[in-house]
Ligand binder design. Structure first.
Ligand SMILES: Cc1cc2nc3c(=O)[nH]c(=O)nc-3n(C[C@H](O)[C@H](O)[C@H](O)COP(=O)(O)OP(=O)(O)OC[C@H]3O[C@@H](n4cnc5c(N)ncnc54)[C@H](O)[C@@H]3O)c2cc1C
Length: 463
């Protein structure tokens, strides 16, 4: 056996300094790997060949990826991209790319300055009002940080300054708008980058088009054979718009378990199936024939010595759950970062009230916030009349969204471990706790250890 590191991501300044311009592309790796399936040469020889003949590599990539449809070859080329000075609104949009990795500046730990996107295409008659109101929101954010810090200090004098600041920022950020500028690091392969470019191309706002152009210009010379179809028109499913008049809206609940498919018996049967050469129905029949005590023994064996960082077996994917929930934009920013599930968000803000953190609820600041939300909502309505997409910049972190998630029990364990943890942010923790108790009621054995990672530590200490 031989293991060779064929490449890894290097800082661009080093690439510019040491790699000859003509060879400074990830295309050679994609081309070499694409040839593995049809060549008797070893992989490292294929890499040497493709590096020598970049133009030939480009031509073979084009044929293999775009003509033969072996698109996963483009996944061998990976980019790291710094995105600076982008709105939180557009950040949310790009972070829906599920097969990419992001790290974004945290509004929990960093104080945000009065720096926000003013959409170039916003009607000039509204621009001044938009700027003034956004500046007021930033001022309110700064003053809420001070108020919350003073209040916390009086209540918990033992807290260090840093902890006071973090707790205050965590809640004061609910008043910040989605126009707030932020920055992020994105790691994305060429296949997914092409998809992101297509999505950006289809978002008709100036900021998205600017990002599309800058991203495309940056990568089109580096990997022209891997990123090709970027200006495709996506289906807007506009037929569904005609159904609006017949829609009957129900009231919102914080979390509902809409459906749960698959049973605990399926999980045990899938584990048995993997260990034997039998059909799945034979495995099911064997599990069904067990007594409750025998089944309980199997469950005990699955969870024995389970640590909070250990994945549950794949058999837990036999159970799928669908939850509907209502949360703030702030919570959504965290929720949608979970990639191994299907998440849907309504495009319009639902009828619920803005989410105000409990720490703000109990102070006079609350009334100021309510008045500001009224002003923001009026401005949103004004902008919506002619430029509905641009009204999204005015939404604050506290505006409610309705979200549906389809997640399997294995991934739900991962989600709940992170989000029901004692360090988790209070709103997502509340939602995670509710999801977890609804799941435990449905799957009492399989979901027995559905809890935050801090609770695992407590369990261990008690043993
Ligand atoms: C306390 C806390 C603080 C945070 N702070 C920040 C912050 O400051 N800034 C910020 O940007 N984010 C922050 N996050 C979000 C965090 O970085 C993750 O994006 C988020 O928690 C999703 O979790 P995940 O990546 O573990 O798994 P998910 O996306 O839920 O995926 C589930 C599992 O799939 C696998 N997986 C999915 N995608 C990949 C991949 N590309 N490569 C390898 N394995 C993969 C992993 O096994 C993962 O555990 C924070 C999260 C927490 C809990």
């Amino acid at each position: 056996m031989k293991v060779i590191i064929a490449g890894f991501n290097l800082d661009k300044t080093l690439i510019d300094k040491y790699v000859p311009c003509a060879q400074s592309t990830p295309e050679s790796i994609s081309a070499a790997y694409a040839r593995i399936s049809r060549s008797s040469k070893s992989v490292n020889e294929l890499r040497t060949d493709s590096l020598k003949e970049i133009e030939k590599s480009r031509a073979s990539n084009q044929t293999i990826i775009f003509e033969m449809g072996h698109a996963s070859v483009a996944e061998h080329a990976v980019f790291n991209v710094d995105i600076i000075g982008i709105s939180r609104y557009l950040t949310e949009f790009i972070e829906r790319s599920r097969l990419a990795s992001f790290t974004e500046k945290s509004q929990r730990y960093v104080t945000f300055e009065d720096d926000f996107v003013i959409p170039e295409d916003l009607d000039s008659s509204i621009k001044e009002e938009y700027i003034k109101l956004t500046q007021t929101l930033f001022k309110e954010y700064q003053s809420t940080i001070v108020t919350l810090m003073n209040n916390l200090k009086a209540r918990e004098p033992e807290l260090k300054k840093r902890d006071l600041e973090t707790k205050a920022k965590e809640d004061a950020r609910y008043i910040l708008p989605l126009s707030t500028k932020t920055q992020l690091g994105m790691t994305i392969n060429a296949r997914n980058l092409e998809n992101l470019l297509q999505r950006l191309h289809n978002l008709p706002i100036t900021e998205a088009q600017e990002l599309y152009r800058q991203l495309f210009d940056a990568v089109c010379h580096v990997a022209p054979s891997l990123i090709r179809y970027t200006d495709v028109k996506k289906n807007a499913y506009s037929e569904f718009d005609s159904l609006k008049p017949i829609i009957k809206a129900r009231s919102d609940e914080l979390v509902t378990l809409t459906a749960a498919n698959g049973s605990e018996v399926d999980i045990l049967a899938a584990l048995l199936y993997e260990k034997n050469s039998i059909t799945f129905s034979d495995a099911l029949a064997s599990i069904v024939s067990l007594t409750p005590v025998e089944k309980a023994k199997l469950w005990d064996s699955i969870f024995r010595d389970l640590k909070f960082w250990q994945k549950l077996p794949r058999a837990f994917e036999m159970c799928d759950l669908i939850f509907e929930t209502v949360m703030s934009q702030c919570c959504w920013a965290q929720f949608k970062r979970h990639r191994m599930c299907s998440i849907f968000k309504t495009s319009e803000v639902c009828g619920s009230e803005n989410v105000i953190p409990p720490s703000v609820q109990e102070l006079e600041v609350r009334d100021k916030w309510q008045n500001l939300f009224t002003e923001v909502n009026l401005l949103i309505q004004k902008i919506k009349q002619n430029q509905p997409l641009l009204s999204n910049y005015c939404l604050t972190n506290s505006h409610p969204v309705r979200v549906m998630v389809k997640i399997n029990l294995r991934e739900l364990y991962h989600f709940v471990r992170l989000r029901s943890d004692q360090h988790a942010q209070w709103e997502i923790r509340k939602i995670s706790d509710l999801m977890s108790s609804l799941t435990r009621a449905k799957y009492p054995m399989a979901a027995k250890f559905l809890m935050g990672k801090s609770s695992y530590q407590k369990l261990e200490q008690n043993h």
